[in-house]
Design a protein around this ligand. Structure first.
Ligand code: NI
Length: 169
């Protein structure tokens, strides 16, 4: 496993639409292992492959609370089969937009279909933080960042702050 570099805004690759994965094989599992290690090191609770410069439809996540055992989750070619009409705001952040947090409105419940680490097809209902996180990560697969849900002014300010932060690092 290896820790990879996380791209930050305004890197153009973050705007790319990721492509479907043909097969969940050892190469893909090695990518997912790297993604998980990179996410834990950041630290973060979700990461899309495109954030480390690999525009494939792959997401890793771990929503375990502090003190709980790790609960790594893997989503390959995820699809949203259903989303609730009810929405709620949640304060989001993103490893590609460090130190910026703002509220985004999203459906509170979604039904998902995806391939897991073994390549098995799974259907799963998501609500709460899980629903927020999977929708945020699935936006990445379509080249959309959470700041794209904000006003243009807020988005431009966010990008400016991140550029400054990255330059200072
Ligand atoms: Ni993100």
């Amino acid at each position: 496993m290896a820790i990879r570099e996380i791209l930050t805004v305004p890197h153009p690759v973050l705007k790319q639409v990721s492509v479907n994965v043909d097969a969940v094989d050892d190469d893909l599992r090695a990518l997912m292992d790297d993604m998980l290690e990179t996410m834990y090191a950041a630290p973060g609770i979700g990461l899309a492959a495109v954030q480390i410069g690999v525009p494939k439809r792959v997401i890793v996540m771990d929503l375990a609370r502090e003190g709980e055992a790790p609960q790594p989750r893997y989503y390959v070619n995820p699809e949203i089969l259903w989303a609730s009409g009810e929405t709620a705001p949640y304060e989001e952040g993103c490893l590609s937009v460090p130190e910026i947090f703002d509220e985004v409105d999203r459906p509170t419940q979604v039904k998902l279909r995806y391939l897991n680490y073994q390549g098995e097809q799974v259907e799963e209902d998501a609500e709460g933080l899980f629903a927020v996180c999977i929708q945020h990560e699935m936006d990445h697969l379509n080249g959309v960042l959470f700041i794209d849900h904000l006003s243009r002014l807020k988005r431009e300010q966010a990008v400016k702050k991140v550029k400054k932060l990255v330059r200072a690092a």
